[in-house]
Design a protein around this ligand. Sequence first.
Ligand code: TXA
Ligand code: MG
Length: 342
Amino acid sequence: MSEDNPDIAGLRKAGEIIRNGGLVAFPTETVYGLGGNALDPGASKKIYAAKGRPSDNPLIVHIADMEDLYTVARDVPPEAEKLAARYWPGPLTMIFEKTDIVPYETTGGLETVAVRFPVNKIAQGMIRYGGGFVAAPSANISGRPSPTVAERVIEDLGDRIDMIIDGGHTDIGLESTIVDFTGDEPVILRPGFLNRKMLEDVLGTVETDPGITDDNACIRPKAPGMKYKHYAPRAEVTIVEGDADRVREKISSLVHRSILEGRKTGVICTKESRDSYREGDIKVIGTLDDDLTIARNLFEYLREFDDDGCDCVYTESFRTPRLGDAIMNRLIKSAGHKVIQV
Ligand code: TXA
Ligand code: MG
């Protein structure tokens, strides 16, 4: 169904499934979510089971009305309300102390709750018909790249859930920015479409959780999800980073050797660098001029290399000013931190 013209009967049916404790996958502006009633412990358990997700990794509660925030969250500070006024509905998740109505099954045993008000009209309709509070992680098997098209949800979860709403390709392609408001200062737990500058415009200063930039740090990441293997295709991904010409030379020689060794080898490059490559399964992920194109294609292209039967993939790095933090956070995890500096 399309966002401009949502199928109301379909949304009602999805809402009924949610209210009866079932699971519905649905599009949001970021990635597809796997939704269940956030206030029903049984529904949350089903979400973990369907994804194969560790049950200490909490779920985001999706709402479709600003007032509903106060039903699930306590001690919402004025800065968070300012951020909501600017960026909700949108790709922003905020963490607060939870109220008693939110079961520990939804929060992975934590006293805090993550809340997001998505802007996608299909998501909003489904949440409203579903009773107002929908717990939804990304609709992939745990550890795989998040789905940005309905076909990938079907591939991962098709036989495990009650309904999938096809809303076409998601706009942004990377998950929401997560900001924790439970400490003294707001802290970014996961970079996303809303970058540091956009948050600082409203909040002044914002901290970044050290667990984001360095998974090997001895600090337990505050977003439990950040410690698990993530976004990984079956192919082994390696990032090559440094001076643009040297990166192209290095990737070309690594690809050449890999093919000689009998491995099916993929390359991720941009429109700007495409002509530098001769060999391998070469995919142009987007253009550096418009990093939205890169964000939008990243997860889908990682999955396409699996469709193509690639054993390994070499990729350039994309440290663009606007979305570079979010893109590289996902890409580095999908590469299991294999980064070659040249
Ligand atoms: O864009 C998105 O946020 C998508 C769409 C479907 O809305 N959802 C999403 O959910 O990315 P998921 O489950 O794949 O990622 C949620 C992240 C995890 O890293 C989790 O650990 C963190 O949010 N999280 C959830 N509740 C938390 C809490 N109370 N404290 C700290 N981190 C939390
Ligand atoms: Mg996820």
